[in-house]
Design a protein around this ligand. Structure first.
Ligand code: ATP
Ligand code: LTN
Length: 334
């Protein structure tokens, strides 16, 4: 029987901060369920990270920790290609070519550029501006069918499609047209201190974020202080009660319980009990991940083996696309 070609997936997270409970529940946990059905590539987008100034030693440490965390969260390196973006030069190479097929006007409309340049007014660099062309290169190099991302990244996948279309329109079918893939189960985890905002790894307010590798006592402290409301009733109503609803959702994903079941469980009980229960459920969810990440991080040789093999595999696939592109645009073959 002829083997059916699996669809290909590519995604990435910038090592711009320590991973949070949101990164896990909203992204990585879902990724790990895709390995059997799809051909999966996950990168650590370190080249994107330097669009905002970094402390070099911290970036290095966070990149390796993030790789160990990917594995600890269930991304088996035997079944997924895990690699560091800067290890595959084709990203920068195709990124430059695509810069020349991306318009100033379309880059100016990107929401993330507007947000990040407002936040980093003293460093609005060209890389921050052309970020979407590099991200398009990340995706198109692998001829990815699907790109799992959150809502905030949809616009970047759309501009990637526009760039691919423009290029294919001139040179023929060079790039596969990727689709954004927003996992149905993807929980959107909100900040514990300002539940109208997403829990984000670069958030300055560390009390709103639960980090993947945080100590149990710190996690419990953050949940005890989590913002709720004055109704004293555990009821799901995201608009009216964003704090409590966020905690309920976190509890639901960590325990596998349904929302109605949770409302019954805490019927007539105060928020104190409820917050303790959510904190404990999160501690137990994260405990094995923290322990496994620490174990993997201590095994430098293993981790090195993973990123080297990942870079080799990724480069092989990426270079095939790059060679085709170089030929199409008229570069002399070496
Ligand atoms: P940054 O603060 O550096 O912008 P972030 O923490 O907001 O980063 P990203 O690196 O942009 O997160 O996101 C990586 C992936 O994780 C994306 O697919 C995103 O949708 C998902 N993700 C991040 N935070 C959350 C969250 N709080 N809830 C659900 N999904 C999330
Ligand atoms: N821009 C994304 C990270 C990212 C990415 C990618 C995601 C870089 N390259 C390619 C999907 C596909 C972010 O900031 N979350």
């Amino acid at each position: 029987m002829e083997e059916v070609q699996k669809k290909r997936i590519l995604s990435g997270i910038q090592p711009s901060g320590d991973l949070t409970l949101g990164s896990y529940l909203g992204a990585i946990k879902n990724w790990s369920a895709l390995a059997d059905e799809y051909d999966c590539y996950y990168m650590l987008a370190d080249m994107h990270t330097i669009t905002v100034r970094q402390v070099p030693a911290d970036l290095r440490r966070r990149t390796l920790t993030q790789l160990a965390a990917y594995i600890a969260c269930g991304l088996d390196p035997e079944k997924n290609v895990l690699f560091i973006q800067s290890h595959v030069p084709a990203h920068a190479q195709l990124g430059w070519v695509l810069d020349c097929y991306t318009m100033f006007g379309e880059l100016s409309r990107m929401t993330q550029f507007k947000d990040k340049s407002a936040k980093n007014a003293d460093n609005i660099n060209a890389g921050l501006f052309t970020y979407p062309a590099l991200m398009a290169a990340d995706i198109l190099l692998y001829q990815a069918d699907l790109v799992p991302v959150g809502e905030d990244q949809k616009q970047h996948v759309e501009i990637c499609r526009d760039i691919a279309n423009r290029f294919n329109g001139i040179y023929g079918e060079v790039f596969k047209m990727p689709e954004p893939y927003i996992p149905k189960m993807g929980a959107r985890v909100m900040s514990l201190t300002s539940p109208e905002n997403k829990m984000s790894k670069s958030d300055k307010d560390q009390n709103g974020c639960v980090y993947l590798l945080e100590k149990p006592e710190d996690i419990m402290r953050k949940f005890k202080k989590a913002v709720t409301d004055s109704e004293a009733c555990v009821r799901f109503a995201p608009q009216e009660k964003p704090g409590v609803s966020n905690l309920m959702q976190i509890y639901a994903v960590c325990t596998g319980k349904g929302i109605a079941e949770i409302e019954r469980e805490f019927d007539g009980r105060g928020y104190g009990d409820f917050k303790m229960a959510v904190g404990e459920a999160v501690v137990e969810t994260l405990r094995p991940i923290r322990e496994e990440t620490e174990r993997i991080l201590a095994d430098k040789a293993y981790l090195e083996g993973v990123y080297r093999a990942g870079a080799e595999h990724a480069s092989y696939v990426a270079n095939k696309t790059l060679r085709k592109v170089y030929k199409k645009v008229g570069f002399v073959e070496r």
